[in-house]
Design a protein around this ligand. Structure first.
Ligand code: MN
Length: 147
């Protein structure tokens, strides 16, 4: 299809509102996923829209692939590596390979962002107990992360 209409704010015609991840668990909270562009051989990337509900968070994870992110709704915060950044609509976030990252929405409203990834990519992985302990050595990181 060459044109996909927006049917409501941050919803699009025939784009399914999906669970953030297939598996269940407490490592994420209140996150939905929509695949806006699924990618093909001519453009081997996927462009997704994620929305984190108020008080929610994405999984604390790391992987070999990278993310290019643009905040398009609300505000929030993100951990990238060992740094925590406050986020506002219009901000850009680059997540390098093999870097711990987690997005959090504020208590008052959702955080929505576009996320570009390679079509062929490795599976995200969560920290081991040892890696988590190392991350928690930084007090700011310790208080930010949700696992
Ligand atoms: Mn990721």
């Amino acid at each position: 299809r060459t044109h996909v209409r927006q049917t409501a704010p941050f919803r699009w015609e025939e784009v399914s509102l999906l669970a953030y991840k297939e598996d269940e668990g407490t490592h994420f909270k209140g996150v939905t996923r929509q695949v806006l562009f699924p990618g093909d051989s001519q453009l081997p990337v996927q462009w997704r829209y994620f929305e984190v509900a108020e008080g929610g968070h994405s999984t604390l994870e790391s992987h070999d692939h990278v993310h290019a992110v643009m905040i398009v709704r609300g505000e929030g915060a993100v951990l990238v590596g060992t740094r925590i950044h406050r986020l506002a609509t219009g901000d850009l976030v680059y997540v390098p390979a093999r870097t711990w990252h987690q997005f959090r929405a504020p208590a008052q409203g959702p955080l929505g962002f576009l996320c570009l990834v390679a079509l062929e990519r490795d599976k995200p992985r969560r920290p081991t107990a040892e890696e988590l302990a190392r991350l928690r050595e930084d007090p700011a990181v310790a208080s930010f992360i949700r696992v």
